[in-house]
Design a protein around this ligand. Structure first.
Ligand SMILES: C[S@@+](CC[C@H](N)C(=O)[O-])C[C@H]1O[C@@H](n2cnc3c(N)ncnc32)[C@H](O)[C@@H]1O
Length: 339
């Protein structure tokens, strides 16, 4: 007998789908954050039953199974015959002992970026009254952020940066470079390992630099320089300046660019690595939403489209060029110029 009803393959409007997806979005993160907090991924490198894990953590058995099923629905854990195991592609990123673990990074970024609806309203009403949230324009914020930045650099960012640097035509000739607003010693260490003939200068705020000293053992190859890029001496004779996600703190970007141009040897290269927003400052979503908490707290930070290129040209850089790159941390713009 043919069935009396013939359901449509897909009901509802795109807008309805989008709204239900937005409703679900925070839960995706909360479930992942719970698993990171409990260290579940470290215990799921081999298949385990929900009951076993519940017993190990002293948790409710039924609830643990619900949580594990939710992790399976996210696609980060697999389930086979009632045993759970972290998915192979995610294992090195989510287990805490892996070299490229993102577990500390995700917890750090979750704290920095996420903000409750109540706190957004409080920030909109009177941000001076809100005691919490990232104050990225204050030097003290960056002294506390070093661990989070280090974990970002090691797990995700440095392999991308090393690929960019080693692809530069000028790279084989680079003997001295500056990592401006480095945030951690991690890139300098990777450069030192790949190219022991390069001397790297790490320039950052004095509080940040002070906390990096103990991690830099080879002080002949890696030099630490504390200061404010707006007014303090950046050093001289660089073949390359790498400036990544630091221009938000330039009081006058053209003037800082001029200081960088003079710090380079003639013919040396500046590389800027920053996001760029569209002219309406509404895209890309990753940067707009990701910065909302920090910007509600401290005012707009993100770099507008063309801003770096224009400042580089105004400051006298030649052959200014721009390249858009897709990265796991959003679309980025690489701007290069020659001194
Ligand atoms: C968003 S982090 C970027 C770190 C790293 N460059 C990266 O790409 O991940 C911003 C960095 O700029 C540094 N910074 C902020 N203001 C600065 C200033 N006036 N002079 C030099 N560095 C500054 C901070 O200490 C921090 O390390």
């Amino acid at each position: 007998m043919p069935t009396a009803i013939s359901p449509a393959a897909r009901y509802g409007s795109d807008a309805q789908y989008r709204l239900f997806d937005l409703l679900t979005a925070p839960l995706r993160w909360e479930v992942l954050a719970v698993a990171l907090e409990l260290g579940i991924f470290d215990d799921l490198t081999l298949p385990r039953a929900a009951g076993e894990l519940a017993q190990q953590y002293g948790l409710d058995g039924e609830g643990t199974e619900l949580l594990l099923n939710a992790l399976v629905s996210l696609g980060v854990v697999g389930k086979h015959e009632d045993s759970y195991c972290v998915d192979g592609g995610f294992a090195p990123l989510l287990t805490s002992t892996s070299d490229i673990s993102m577990s500390n990074l995700l917890s750090y970024l979750g704290e920095v970026r996420h903000v409750s609806a109540d706190n957004i309203i409080a920030l909109l009403r009177d941000k001076q009254q809100v005691q919490t949230g990232p104050e990225m324009v204050r030097p003290e914020y960056w002294s506390r952020a070093v661990g989070g930045l280090r974990s970002f650099h090691r797990s995700v960012r440095n392999p991308i940066v090393m690929d960019i640097l080693s692809g530069l035509p000028c790279w084989p000739g680079v003997k001295k470079m500056l990592d401006l607003g480095a945030g951690s010693e991690s890139l300098a260490l990777d450069i030192c390992a790949a190219r022991p003939d390069i001397d790297t200068v790490i320039f950052d705020l004095p509080g940040v630099v002070a906390s990096l000293g103990s991690r830099v053992t080879d002080k002949t190859r890696i030099q630490l320089r504390g200061g404010d890029m707006n007014c303090d001496d950046l050093g001289t004779g660089y073949d390359l300046i790498w400036a990544s996600m630091v221009f938000y703190y330039a009081r006058d970007l053209t003037s800082v660019m001029g200081r960088m141009r003079r710090a380079l040897r003639p013919g040396g290269m500046l590389i800027s690595f920053h996001e760029e927003l569209n002219d309406d400052r509404t895209e890309p979503e990753f940067h707009i939403l990701g910065r909302l908490h920090a910007e509600l707290k401290s005012g707009p930070l993100s770099v507008a489209r063309g801003r770096v290129r224009a400042a580089a040209a105004e400051a006298g850089f030649h052959n200014v060029q721009s390249f858009s790159l897709q990265t796991p941390f959003g679309q980025m713009e690489l701007v290069t110029g020659t001194a």
